[in-house]
Write a protein that binds this ligand. Structure first.
Ligand SMILES: [Zn+2]
Length: 242
């Protein structure tokens, strides 16, 4: 039996409040965000969140920074096209450098490396971000690429092909709200259709801070449409962040 619905997951990591006021109805997000404070930074953690296409409400948990000093406000610089791919609300208000160092975990097979490398080239071609091979340092933006195995069961009407998302680290004393992003992007090896450029494009988009789009030409459409090229809306979304 061929499953008709294919899901792309999102890993949201954040310790900031998720403001729901700018969240349009999208996919079902079950965000569970845990924050704790170190001496100078908030280190943000979370759990994997899956999207279910059939549910159109957002169910983010609103989480406040444990210091109580940080709250999020909705971004108001929405001057670009109406099909602009939204950015993840946890990115709002932060400035993030556009250079990222990326590496693959040891178990990542060559086939997965290839689809991610193709996606990386596409993102670099925009000139908006600069993804460089290497591990980087703790103070540099990073993306870690990996694989996982998640079996949805034979009765599942939908399957998750991958997940990805940003993890922002920032100094609570920084009035400029500069953040470092230690992002992840991962492919579910339980399904052969996961290892495709379209899935890699989608998960890299999440890692860089893009949210889901309801434009089927966007790589950020929540179910796989085999879109392998960034839409104008995707590029506008990236410009909004970088
Ligand atoms: Zn997604």
């Amino acid at each position: 039996m061929k499953r008709s619905i294919i899901l792309l997951g999102l890993l949201i990591i954040g310790g900031v409040a998720i403001d729901q006021s700018d969240s349009k109805p999208a996919d079902n997000i079950k965000a569970q965000v845990i924050g704790h404070v170190t001496n100078t930074t908030n280190y943000l953690q979370s759990k994997v969140n899956s999207f279910v296409q059939n549910e159109k409400s957002i169910q983010s948990t609103t989480v406040k920074d444990p210091t109580g000093e940080k709250t999020k406000t909705a971004s108001e610089n929405q001057t670009t096209p109406s099909n602009q791919t939204p950015i993840l609300s946890i990115m709002n208000g932060f400035s993030v450098d556009n250079t990222y160092y990326y590496h693959f975990t040891n178990k990542t097979p060559e086939s997965v490396k290839q689809v991610f490398e193709t996606a990386i080239d596409s993102y670099n071609d925009t000139g908006l971000v600069n993804l460089v091979a290497g591990t980087g340092t703790a103070k540099q933006n990073r993306i870690t690429f990996s694989i996982y195995h998640k079996n949805e069961g034979y009765k599942a009407s939908s399957i998750e092909l991958g997940n990805g998302g940003p993890k922002l680290i920032y100094n609570t004393n920084d009035v400029n709200k500069h953040a470092i992003n230690h992002a992840t992007a991962s492919i579910n090896m339980n399904y052969s259709e996961s290892v495709t450029v379209s899935v890699a494009m989608h998960e890299v988009g999440h890692a860089l801070g893009l949210d889901h789009s309801d434009d089927m030409n966007s790589v950020m459409y929540p179910t796989n449409q085999n879109v392998t090229q960034l839409s104008d809306g995707d590029i506008a979304g990236l410009k909004n962040i970088y």
